[in-house]
Design a binder for this molecule. Structure first.
Ligand code: ADP
Ligand code: MG
Length: 260
């Protein structure tokens, strides 16, 4: 099978003390897909995400990102390679407007270097202008124009999530990791969020890897869906197939899931 994997996790394991949080787990995320990751509380989903995003180094196994072995790389190195995780809007950014929150994302803006300002002020102004334009485009794409100059701290929970998503659009991301993006978002804004993820995927070519407890959202957005339990991948397929598998339903959806 020819499969263009942007993320290729190979036989990764991670223990905390005696507890095997992730065990010999192999998963792939196809370029251009919105791949879902579900499973009961404690299944190892967040640990797997942290292994992929460089927050945790695996005990064994490898993480291949865009054809390159990135095992053990730090999150900021992966960020520069185009692997992005949504960031919560930090408290220190709540006093900045929506558009300013987007404008501070790109790393190494020329305007940050005083020396460059002195040597090439024109280039700095042009770069600042390009960043402002890009931020403005992202605001428009997300249909947040009406709150463009509103302080981020005054936005609703759902609008903050949209802004969070927008921050990933300020750099050229190959893949965006979303951990529980729907948590605390009301139904209406959840539809907006889902629609924006779909448009980023279909119109802009973003690949998404999504952990989510909201099964309706997973069903709407994700194909395939990977199911984890006790540190291992136990199933993978379209949500309709996963939902129709009585063993999975019985064992993994029968129990209530937490919102962590
Ligand atoms: P999920 O996200 O699917 O709910 P986690 O990856 O958070 O699962 O957790 C998997 C298992 O690893 C759980 O038993 C959890 O208690 C344990 N675990 C996760 N992170 C740590 C940690 N930093 N230290 C110790 N145990 C951990
Ligand atoms: Mg988790």
């Amino acid at each position: 099978m020819s499969f263009d994997a942007v993320i290729d996790v190979q036989h990764v394991s991670k223990s905390f003390g005696g507890l095997k949080a992730v065990q010999d787990c192999s998963i792939k995320v196809a370029r251009g897909s919105i791949t879902g990751l579900i499973g009961p509380n404690g299944a190892g989903k967040s640990t797997l995400f942290n292994l992929v995003a460089g927050n945790i180094v695996p005990d064994s196994g490898a993480v291949i990102f865009d054809g390159r072995d990135v095992t053990g790389m730090k999150p900021h190195e992966l960020f520069h390679l185009g692997m992005l995780r949504t960031f919560q809007i930090a408290h220190e950014f709540s006093n900045m407007t929506a558009i300013e929150n987007l404008m501070v994302v790109p790393p190494g803006q020329p305007g940050e270097s005083l020396l460059k300002t002195w040597i090439a002020p024109g280039a700095v102004r042009a770069a600042d202008q390009a960043v402002r334009q890009k931020a403005s485009d992202v605001i428009d794409f997300l249909k947040l124009g009406h709150v463009k100059h509103e302080l981020a701290g005054n936005l609703s929970g759902g609008q903050k999530k949209l802004l969070e998503l927008g921050r990933t659009m300020m750099v050229d991301a190959k893949v965006v990791l979303l951990d529980e993006v729907a948590a605390g978002v009301n139904r209406t804004l959840l539809q907006d969020l889902a629609a924006n993820i779909e448009r980023m995927n279909s119109e802009l070519g973003y690949t998404f890897f999504v952990i989510e407890h909201d099964m309706d959202l997973i069903g709407r957005l994700c194909d395939p869906v990977i199911v984890m339990a006790q540190g291992e991948k136990i199933a993978e397929g379209p949500m309709a197939e996963i939902r129709a598998n009585p063993e999975i339903i019985e064992a993994y959806f029968g129990a209530p899931v937490e919102a962590d």
